[in-house]
Ligand binder design. Structure first.
Ligand code: ATP
Ligand code: MG
Length: 327
């Protein structure tokens, strides 16, 4: 890999918590990204904040850059299948997107039966359910089995502080959350980009296990892909080489995503109650290396860290951008 652990360690203090770009308008903050609405555009500044268990645990150097550049890679690699919101990347941490009206569902696509949380397929299946998210599953599946075809397991978008709830495709349409013709387009596109994602990931030695998409409507009322795509924050990845042997031996696959963080906390006694303790430095470095490595495996390009500290660099790039931006 092009960036060493020492380099990451040296840049721990430079990790980006936030940057004030009030000349672009009012800042809105998601857990990971800061957003500015600028005319018909939405500016997404990806910070280095790491969220897990619904908390911000700390900062992971270069994570915002990985999220931005990896999403841009995937938007390009899937634009023949569905239009998307990406317009420009004026700085390694900044996406200028078409502002859209988000559809009120999280579109989760799963290629394997796994997971432990209440919305996970394996959790429901292991409790004896065979009809999950309105989809029928056969008896005899084992944890981490590949599914014959990817399935769509949508959830509602949780309002502040709430948890995402399972919902079926039929309920989405009958409740009027999304009109039938739009939901059909979403489902076709989601499965198509997921399969493309699996193929490209496999080339880099990774299995794209599952992922979450967000879709929105553009000014013409067309369904487009928004938010982020196939990042380690929105997806589960496993190492491809060792999957078969480990699965056959009844072992868990080697994860290559944020699972590292969850396992670290779980191994030290965190049971999901109350605020977790802050992200330790060694774990931040390891996570950073893993985000960068994921970028390299998926894109087959070296990850070139942007100039640090990123804050002033982003401000400069956006002051320049705003002068040329036609609103
Ligand atoms: N093109 C777009 N138009 C309108 N809204 C968008 C667009 N792209 C992304 N968004 C919204 O911007 C926000 C991105 O911020 P972020 O991911 O940090 O927040 P979050 O979703 O609250 O957190 P988390 O992803 O951890 O659940 C999301 O609410 C997403 O729905
Ligand atoms: Mg989000």
């Amino acid at each position: 890999m092009t960036v060493s652990a020492k380099h990451i360690m040296d840049h721990l203090g430079d990790a980006l918590v936030s940057v004030d770009l009030s000349f672009l308008g009012e800042k809105q903050s998601g857990k990971v990204r800061d957003l500015y609405r600028h005319g018909d555009k939405l500016i997404l500044v990806a910070t280095d904040r790491l969220s897990a268990f619904d908390y911000i645990l700390g900062l992971v150097p270069f994570k915002g850059q990985v999220l931005t550049q990896l999403s841009a890679f995937w938007f390009d690699a899937t634009r023949d299948l569905i239009g998307n919101h990406l317009l420009q990347v004026p700085d390694p941490n900044v996406t200028v997107a078409r502002a859209c009206t988000p559809l009120p569902v999280e579109v989760v696509v799963r290629g394997y039966i796994t997971g432990v949380t209440s919305t996970a397929l394996w959790r429901q299946y292991s409790l004896g359910e065979r009809r999950i998210y309105g989809i029928d599953f056969p008896d005899g599946l084992r944890k981490n089995d590949r599914l014959p075809e990817p399935v769509i397991t949508p959830t509602t978008k949780a309002r502040d502080g709430g948890h995402d709830e399972r919902i079926t495709s039929a309920e989405i349409v009958t409740s009027g959350l999304v009109p039938a013709h739009q939901w059909q387009r979403v489902c076709e596109a989601a499965v198509a980009i997921f399969k493309r994602g699996q193929r490209i990931a496999r080339r880099g030695g990774l299995i794209l296990v599952d992922t979450k998409y967000e879709f929105g409507l553009n000014a013409k009322g067309e369904v487009v892909l928004i938010d982020e795509i196939h990042t380690p924050d929105s997806s589960r990845y496993w190492i491809a080489d060792t999957y078969e042997a480990r699965h056959a031996a009844g072992e868990e696959p080697e994860n290559f995503d944020k699972e590292l963080i969850r396992l670290y906390y779980a191994a030290r006694g965190y049971r999901g109650e109350g605020a977790p303790w802050p992200l330790p430095a060694d774990l931040a470095v390891e996570a950073s290396a893993r985000y960068m490595r994921t970028y390299e495996m998926l894109t087959q390009n070296p990850f070139i860290p942007g100039e640090t500290p990123a804050g002033p660099r982003i401000e400069q790039a956006m002051r320049k951008w705003v002068k040329t931006a036609d609103v």
